[in-house]
Design a protein around this ligand. Structure first.
Ligand code: ATR
Length: 280
């Protein structure tokens, strides 16, 4: 009798549009692994109960998406350093002794995709991040690990950006301030504002792009995102949306669970929803 395949899922609210099942199915085919990967919806107040039931029924690992990444960090028995620094977990893995390891692969996903798509090394770069939400906390430590020369976090609510920068001053040259006061001098501009950049808002000057060699939107869509259209209008040729980041963070989760790191380039090309990968 053959054992049933290991079970994985992505938990979130909502989770019905998640691309993770397609991505992990592609990785499984490519690496010859047999596994099941599904969507696991959970009501906002039912994260812990849903996770407990999933692992009690033999589940092997979970990806965690909005709004549960912070709760997942509190739920895990043990955290990797990068997950602890982020205060957020996007990957739970059941260990041999039955305990749960929490990891955060979002930052490494951004770093890998940004360097490959924009062809600009993070090492030595001055990086401006627009937005100071949970996603930003996950990427700052990894950008410094990759040698970022300086990071500035610009946010609508300036106090949040200042507080975030203060949390990471031990890692490198970092500052934070109001979005409306951000100026130029940055090699790479990364958008992490969840609403994207539409119409009159957010309140950010195109001067932030004055010295930019490339721009990366952590958000992705079927069409070029508002942020990518905005940077294109201001002459930034190297620009990319966040679909590759999604695939890269998934690859890192897959490696943690399965011990084998899948190739990502073909999966990004095959599954991308038609965004703005190449400069037009
Ligand atoms: P995530 O986990 O995806 O980072 P989040 O924690 O909800 O999402 O953070 C959303 C980010 O988008 C915040 O930086 C938020 O700014 P505030 O901290 O001032 O709320 C930013 N944001 C959302 N809508 C915005 C808008 N219309 N203009 C400027 N910033 C906006």
């Amino acid at each position: 009798m053959t054992a049933s395949p290991d079970r994985y899922a992505v938990i979130g609210h909502p989770v019905d549009h998640s691309r993770s099942p397609d991505i992990h199915a592609a990785f499984a085919r490519q690496t010859g692994q047999t596994l099941v990967y599904e969507r696991l919806p959970a009501a906002p107040d039912a994260f812990a109960a849903t996770v407990a039931a999933f692992f009690a029924e033999g589940g092997a690992g979970l990806n965690v998406t909005l709004p549960f990444k912070g709760e997942a960090a509190a739920y895990a028995d043990r955290l990797t350093d990068r997950a602890r620094r982020a205060g957020a977990v996007n990957t739970l893995a059941r260990e041999d002794d039955g305990t749960l390891l929490g990891d955060n692969t979002d930052g490494i996903g951004l770093a890998r995709d940004l360097e490959r798509q924009l062809q600009i090394p993070i090492a030595g770069s001055r990086i401006l991040i627009l937005g100071a939400g949970g996603a930003v906390r996950g990427v700052i430590p990894v950008l410094f690990e990759h040698g970022a020369a300086a990071i500035h976090v610009a946010n609508r609510t300036a106090a949040k950006a200042e507080a975030m920068a203060a949390d990471f001053t031990d890692l490198g040259d970092i500052g934070g301030g109001a979005l409306s006061r951000a100026t130029g001098g940055w090699d790479i501009v990364v958008n992490a504002i969840s609403a994207g950049l539409t119409g009159e808002t957010p309140d950010v000057s195109p001067a932030v792009l004055d010295d930019a060699r490339g721009a990366y939107d952590m958000i992705y869509a079927d069409q070029p995102t508002p942020f990518l259209r905005w940077v294109a209008e201001h002459g930034i040729e190297r620009r990319c949306d966040g679909f590759g980041m999604l695939v890269e963070q998934a690859a890192e989760s897959f490696a943690l669970w399965r011990g084998v790191h899948p190739q990502t380039a073909d999966v990004i090309a095959a599954l991308r929803p038609g965004g703005d990968r190449h400069p037009s």
